[in-house]
Design a protein around this ligand. Sequence first.
Ligand code: MG
Length: 370
Amino acid sequence: MNRRDCLKLAGAAAALPLAPSAARAETAKGPCTVDIGLKRLMLRHTWTTTMSSSAYRDTVQVAYHNDGITGHGEGAPIIRYQEFPTPAMKALQAMSGDIIAGDPWKYQKYLAGIRRELGEGQHAAMAAVDIAIFDWLGKKLDLPLYKFLGLDAADAPITDFSIGIDTPEITREKTREAADFPVLKVKVGLKTDEATIEAVRSVTQKPIRVDANEGWTDKEEAIRKINWLESQGVEYVEQPMPAHMIEETRYVRGKVHLPIIADEACTDITMIPRLVEAYDGINVKLDKAGGILEACRWIEVARAVKLKVMLGCMVSSSCSVTAAAHLSPLVDYADLDGNLLLNNDPWAGVRVDQGKLLLPNGPGLGLKPT
Ligand code: MG
């Protein structure tokens, strides 16, 4: 499938009605049901990266009801990984029977079984189920998720705030809007990179992280840009070159000082040990790993091979972003702002004060409807 076909398919998916589907089973513990649907999230600014430009995103929603308690989960399929909202929803609907038949208390076996049945290529759908189950478990135990995971909320890092690709004028406006955040993440990867950074720097001198989203395909260009970015107060560079250009990225890394973080190059736990050749860290996302359980494993493997760990997110509601925030005490850098880019977030969860992630103390994810 080429890029144009992918875009067509994504467009067709977005046009379908966002009707939830439900499955139901009576168990010894009482009725267990699951609702699976899509939610259209509207962006405050059109969101542009080297990959795509969009005014909204559709995410997959799972509501798992059991014993009178509901766990909520969300997954954000994106075109870069050949995952699309409607197929992801349908894949989960086809699994409804397995979702309601499993025992959430045996979540290691239960979630591994769902993952196996969903198969490859449905990581965001898997994340939606996994998050819903962890939300349910936390609610059932009356524990916030970070406590269930044995973490200290005080260790949650600051999150940066992302500035998508735009004109210098809008970039300045977005930078001013982000005044409360002590660190910015700026999307680069185009011919206009210098103008973008200069626009940010005309407003603020605060630290910047950049994400090229695979945008630089020439290694000498990448070296020149990264060394210039170092002079502009940039802390690290995410995915400078295409994911498959490991050898070129290794060469670039040998010629620059800034840490290089793998995002698109890190889509499976088995890749992590090999990435040490070319990268200093990885960007873990629930939608890439397939949820909380697998993201924790990614973090452990990255630590074992001495990689830095960044925790990122897709454009998602506070459901998915709060789930990731509960893991944030485990990581070095957080980029958890996908919910802050929306104007119709259905949930309130993690809050941000001067960039610091404040984890909710309610049970499970600690979400409240807005
Ligand atoms: Mg990235």
